[in-house]
Each structure stands twice: as C-alpha cells, then as structure tokens.
Design a protein around this ligand. Sequence first.
Ligand SMILES: C[S@@+](CC[C@H](N)C(=O)[O-])C[C@H]1O[C@@H](n2cnc3c(N)ncnc32)[C@H](O)[C@@H]1O
Length: 228
Amino acid sequence: MFPNRERIIEHYRQVLATNDEQLTCCNPVYPVQEVPEDIAIHSLSTLQPLNHCAINPNDRILDIGCGAGADCFLAAYRGGRQTRIIGIDIVEELICRARELKQKHNLRNIEFIHAEVPPLPFENGTFDIVMMNYSFHLIEHKSSILGDIQRVLVTGGKAIIADSFTPRNLYTIAGEGNWFMAAGGAIAEEEFKALSKSSGLLVEHFIQEHLPFLPEGQVIGYMICKKK
Ligand SMILES: C[S@@+](CC[C@H](N)C(=O)[O-])C[C@H]1O[C@@H](n2cnc3c(N)ncnc32)[C@H](O)[C@@H]1O
C-alpha cells in the first residue's frame, strides 16, 4: 500500500533529526565544495539533477519535494542573483529549516513553499526548469504530477526527474519499514517514458548513475525530459 501523507511526513521529520545528529553530507554526488557546509549536510538524496542541466542566469527553477533545500541553494549559487528558484515540500520542518538557511546565507532569490503536491500551485508556463530529486517515487498520482510539470514549464523547458526505476512497479512492497529504503512507489523505466509521453513531456535521455548498493534489478538515474 502507498504510505499515507502522515507516514511520509513522519519519516522525513525523522530523517531531519538524524541528519542533525550526523552533520555530514551523505549524498556521494552532491558538490559539497560549491555551497556552505550547513547547506550541504541537508542533501537527502543520493543523486544530483543539477549536474545534468545547465542553468542560465534568468532561469526560473522549481524543485518539487525540495526537502531542506540543498538543490535550491546549489541552483542559486550556480545561477547567480537573477535566477529565481522555488522549492516546495510537504514537511513543514524541512521548509522551516530551508527558510532559516536562506536567511542565514542571505539568498533572496529563493522561495520555499510548504504544500503537498500535486497539484502544483503555479500558473501555466512559469518555469524553465523543474527538478525532482528522489521525490517522484513518493508521489502516488504520477500521471497528475507529470501533467502538472508539463503545464508549469515553458515550451522547450526541461524537467529532470532523478529517481529509482525498477523492473516492475513497486506500488506495493512487503513491510512498511522497508518502504522508504526500497524506493516503494518507484515505477519501471518504460512506464515512466509512456506516462511522460502522454503528458506531453519527451524523455530525451535516461542517464544511469552507478551506485554500489542498489537491489538487483533496480536502476537509479536521471530522466531528462523536454516540454515539446
Ligand atoms: C528523499 S527526500 C529528497 C529531498 C530533496 N529533494 C533532496 O534531495 O534533499 C524526498 C522529499 O520529498 C518530499 N515529498 C514526498 N511526497 C511529497 C508530496 N506529495 N508533496 C511535496 N513533497 C513531498 C518529502 O517530504 C521529502 O522531503
């Protein structure tokens, strides 16, 4: 069964608390040298979508399931002051932490919104880039989120979905405790491509990341999509 929103919120509250104890960046591909250390330790993924996407100075960027904002901050440092970035997440504590870090580092071009998605609370054609760093598998209504991403992108805009993809859809896996570790909710590569296509997003590339600890049959990587 897909975990309900309370279960997801509780899990990521715990992740934040654990992070606060460890104070190290656990993401092997997060570019820790590019941002202050107190931001880098908040990367909650094992992937880095912005390593596969150039940012132009005036780009408007949306990060869905932004956590405490590690990728939003990276986008701000890479893109410069004219870049506009919005991060959105369902967990209030993560958004509060992101706002504290924004204030501390005086990054005025980022905004953080506390909300559950879908739907995305933005006008059509608002963003040049939409990224999801390991949050797509946690969204139950995958067609809705892909359709909404297509809607809020400008024509020619890019979506980068960094996540696990599996041989079969993992909507249900045994053991609630394993759900998060085993990327419950992940879908097959081919299903992702089919859903994207019917949402009007063309998958241009699928770039795999080779990490040593993946369960057999699971691949992890970046779906680079373009709005036609
Ligand atoms: C694995 S964490 C990744 C966080 C962040 N992208 C990063 O790389 O640090 C997944 C995030 O997705 C968020 N999330 C899950 N379901 C969501 C939903 N329906 N709406 C908004 N955020 C959601 C969680 O709260 C969590 O912060």
